[in-house]
Design a protein around this ligand. Structure first.
Ligand code: GDD
Ligand code: MG
Length: 360
């Protein structure tokens, strides 16, 4: 499990918490992935850590709470994706020809992991990649295949229009034959996407692509993060790790332990109200994630926004597509729109201007 990325695009949320440990639908995002891995028959997980390594072990420990065996390997300097995979090789128990599954840790997906593994084995591949199709592939690894599914090229984050040769992208879940992992160079940064995959193709290795278009989302940006969280709450993608809501009067929201939501509040579109968070009268919260211990003032309106732990949103304030860092305070009567990010512990004073808005 590759968990060492810095989560740059999710700052300031990732200043205090590594991306895979951000709460999504009530639990650290990783718990959804681990539950799925276990359901597919995986029994042992090795974490490749670099950024905030201690957080993972503190939460998951030896994995017994999850019915999994867990180990942690910390990189001294981040080794990038391929280097991270190589760096855990001595902790793998698989024989040289055995399959090892590798996961990017920010993917919410309904793909059939057991079927991917079976395909890898039957086709006798060295490496098998889960591929999906997206409308705009530029933020991903482009992976064209021939008619039998063998990968013909791997282009990470193509910039030039002539490189956009397919809508098939690397979905961030692989099966490697163990000995391929042992062949990655040690002790330096290696990108599996920019170096290992193109290298394997140049050397004539059998790299298979399995296109599977079940639910798939990379939660690496604020927009995708709120969408994935809302989809889990609304059941567009199911995960056994989603806890029960404590407030049945809002069927389209997840209210966690100790949260207080006033009677007159409108709450829906897959919102989550974190543990001990408070939402005051007449507020409206749609498609948003409210962190543990955060508060939303009277009549505030939030859409598609993320509010960090312990952050405070003042009365009548409007947030749309905004990320508020842990412990920040946005005063009353402000209006913050698309793409605005408020740093952890920042203080925005009450606004003296009255914005008119339609709270419906
Ligand atoms: N241990 C470790 N060390 N892990 C790392 C490091 C590192 O130095 N750098 C990145 N990772 C982990 C991240 O934590 C994440 O789980 C995974 O590697 C991929 O990093 P992202 O930052 O999420 O990459 P991306 O989303 O831009 O692109 C990747 O995922 C796309 C699918 O979502 C690539 O694999 C693309 O080819 C792919 O299409
Ligand atoms: Mg990603």
């Amino acid at each position: 499990m590759l968990v060492g990325g810095k989560g740059t695009r999710l700052r300031p949320l990732t200043v205090n918490t590594p991306k895979p440990m951000l709460e999504v639908a009530g639990v650290p995002f990783l718990s959804h992935m681990l539950t799925r891995a276990k359901a597919a028959g995986i029994t042992r997980i090795v974490f490749a850590t670099a950024y905030k390594p201690e957080v993972f072990e503190e939460y998951y420990g030896d994995g017994s709470r999850f019915g999994l065996e867990m180990e942690y390997v910390q990189e001294v300097e981040p080794l990038d994706t391929g280097g991270a995979i190589r760096n855990v090789a001595d902790r793998l128990q698989s024989a040289p020809g055995d399959p090892v599954m590798i996961f990017n840790s920010d993917i919410l997906s309904g793909m059939d992991l057991a079927a991917l593994l079976a395909e890898h084995e039957t086709r006798g591949a060295d490496v098998t990649l889960h591929l999906t199709k997206v409308a705009d592939p530029r933020a991903f690894g482009l992976v064209p295949t021939d008619r039998d599914g063998w990968v013909t090229a791997f282009r990470e984050k193509p910039q030039r229009p002539e490189d956009i040769v397919t809508d098939q992208i690397n979905a961030g879940c692989y099966v490697f034959r163990r000995e391929i992992i042992d062949g990655i160079p040690t002790g330096r940064r290696v990108s599996v996407e920019r170096e290992t995959f193109p290298g394997l193709l140049a050397a004539g290795s059998k790299v298979l692509g399995v296109v599977e278009q079940s639910y798939w989302l990379d939660l690496g940006t604020p927009g995708a993060f709120v969408r994935g969280s809302a989809d889990l709450v609304l059941g567009a993608i199911t995960s056994p790790a989603v806890p029960e809501s404590t407030c049945p009067r809002y069927p389209e929201a997840l209210v966690l332990d100790g949260a207080e939501v006033a009677e007159s509040v409108k709450l829906g579109a897959g919102s989550t109200v974190g543990q001990g968070a408070r939402v005051a009268a007449d507020a409206a919260v749609y498609g948003s994630v409210l962190g543990a211990g955060s508060s939303v003032g009277e009549g505030a309106v939030l859409r598609d926004s993320i509010v960090g732990r312990g952050a405070r949103i003042g009365a009548g304030t409007v947030l749309e597509g905004v990320v508020v860092g842990d412990g920040a305070s946005v005063g009353a009567g402000n209006e913050l729109l698309q793409g605005v990010r408020v740093s952890c512990d920042a203080v925005i004073p009450d606004s003296s201007v009255r914005f008119s808005h339609d709270p419906s």
